[in-house]
Design a protein around this ligand. Structure first.
Ligand code: FES
Length: 164
């Protein structure tokens, strides 16, 4: 190959390499400008941290020592792009130590327990798990006590803390 043709071929290869680099840089720029905001928009609901809020349950003077009361309430829940009103139940119990909020989800497989006022106990309808009126497990398959939620008494009201 004559010297000039060789130089032309090298120059052509060099220009092609340079064009390849330029196109690559432009593509990376486009990905950064378009792709990253889209990725952030799509994943942002998944990155939303759950927060804890205090929910007013009932007037403090409406539950006497030794009593257990079922309290139903609802909360607005943001789940991804969906906002829903979700219903909750807790059992409020008062004893000499104060008030507690007991979750009705059985600790065996999650069925909802019911309180039997005359027997002062919670009973699970699914597999016969029995809990004392403070939520401690008494008999049957449940491996641990019913969950308790943080509670406080403030301004004459009983409040429970829940995650939303
Ligand atoms: S789910 Fe309650 S005893 Fe099994």
């Amino acid at each position: 190959m004559p010297h000039n043709e060789e130089q032309d071929a090298e120059a052509l290869m060099s220009r092609r390499k340079m064009m390849g680099v330029v196109v690559g840089v432009i593509n990376l720029g486009l990905i950064a400008v378009v792709g990253l905001p889209v990725a952030e928009f799509v994943t942002s609901p998944l990155q939303t941290k759950r927060k804890k809020v205090w929910v007013e349950l009932m007037p403090d003077d409406q539950i006497a020592p030794g009593e257990v009361k079922e309290v139903n309430f609802s909360m607005k829940i943001v789940d991804g792009y969906h906002e829903t009103e979700r219903k909750y139940t807790v059992y409020v119990r008062r004893d000499e130590a104060g008030v507690m909020a007991i979750d009705p989800a059985c600790t065996h497989l999650g069925c909802r327990v019911r309180y039997q006022t005359d027997k002062h106990r919670f009973v699970c309808p699914c597999h016969g798990g029995v809990f004392n009126d403070d939520g401690t497990n008494k008999s049957g398959p449940p491996p641990k006590p019913l969950e308790r939620h943080p509670v406080k008494v403030e301004n004459g009201k009983i409040w429970v803390e829940r995650e939303v």
